[in-house]
Design a protein around this ligand. Structure first.
Ligand SMILES: NC(=O)c1ccc[n+]([C@@H]2O[C@H](COP(=O)([O-])OP(=O)(O)OC[C@H]3O[C@@H](n4cnc5c(N)ncnc54)[C@H](O)[C@@H]3O)[C@@H](O)[C@H]2O)c1
Length: 252
């Protein structure tokens, strides 16, 4: 097992990509804090991991709110004493054209994607710098961040910010042996994607056929496809990789 005796905090871990990441890190031996705004999701996964002899802690927290993040890290410190791995996965997406986007919509996307990333990195870095070891992995989104996407001004701005934040923090924390990377997935078949497809008035099976035709590997991605890359970056196999944005989207 590659992550034995490591403590990991995974945000938005109640379902989808975050759930697969938390599960993969636990299978590799990490003790995992399963963080989500939906306590039922977080508790369900933590119970499942504990029943299969892994160490896990469910924490209900809105990671876009600093006071929640302070409490989250206090709970993790009490239970696990430190933090080695932080995965900033929590995110929301709202596809709204600019002329219809309210301040509230804009703020919600920016806060959950970027403020949350800042909050958790600021809280986690103090443990990582002190122990001269840490792995931070931020989940962003490749297409909106680099090419833009219709109706995604907020989501694109937020994800481009995550990529820039990742590179800057990698420079800052490198001397403390803390790596900071981003994983940018696309076409991952999760609730988030299925909800957007529904809102657009498309049937999911039609969308899957359309998407599969665009993807060179000719299939949709799974949360486990993303979890494997995160696990690599969290492990000592990736000790000399930092400041990178790795795309997981079945094509270049
Ligand atoms: N699914 C895709 O194809 C895709 C593509 C690009 C990027 N992403 C990114 O991957 C990440 C995970 O996406 P997903 O598809 O698994 O989404 P999802 O909606 O299925 O799961 C997200 C989880 O995060 C939780 N969450 C939301 N806001 C939170 C907050 N403020 N604090 C704590 N938890 C919160 C939700 O309750 C949910 O359990 C997101 O950052 C998303 O932007 C996904």
């Amino acid at each position: 097992m590659k992550l034995e005796n490591r403590v990991a905090v995974v945000t938005g871990a109640g379902r989808g990509i975050g759930k697969a990441i938390a599960t993969r890190l636990a299978l590799e031996g990490a003790r995992v804090a399963v963080v989500d705004t939906e306590s039922a999701y977080a508790e369900h996964l933590a119970d499942k991991l504990i029943k299969s002899h892994h160490d896990a802690l469910a924490v209900k927290a809105d990671v876009s709110v600093w006071t929640d993040v302070e409490r989250l890290f206090a709970e993790v410190e009490t239970r696990f004493h430190t933090v080695h791995i932080l995965v900033n996965n929590a995110g929301i997406r709202k596809d709204i054209p600019l002329h219809k986007m309210t301040d509230k919509d804009w703020d919600a996307v920016i806060r959950v994607q970027t403020q949350a990333c800042f909050n958790c990195c600021r809280a986690a870095q103090k443990y990582m710098v002190a122990q001269k070891y840490g792995r931070i992995i931020n989940i962003s989104s490749p297409v909106p961040a680099s090419l833009g996407e219709r109706k995604q001004t907020a989501y694109a701005a937020a994800n481009a910010a995550i990529d820039g934040f990742t590179r800057a923090l990698a420079l800052e924390l490198g001397p403390s042996n803390v790596t900071v990377n981003a994983v940018a997935p696309d076409y991952i078949d999760t609730e988030l994607l299925r909800n957007i497809v529904k809102e657009e008035g498309m049937y999911i099976d039609d969308y899957r056929r359309f998407a599969t035709a665009q993807i060179p590997l000719r299939r949709m991605g799974t949360p486990e496809d993303v979890a494997g890359v995160v696990q690599f970056l969290a492990s000592d196999d990736a000790a000399f990789v930092t400041g990178q944005v790795i795309q997981v989207k079945g094509g270049p």
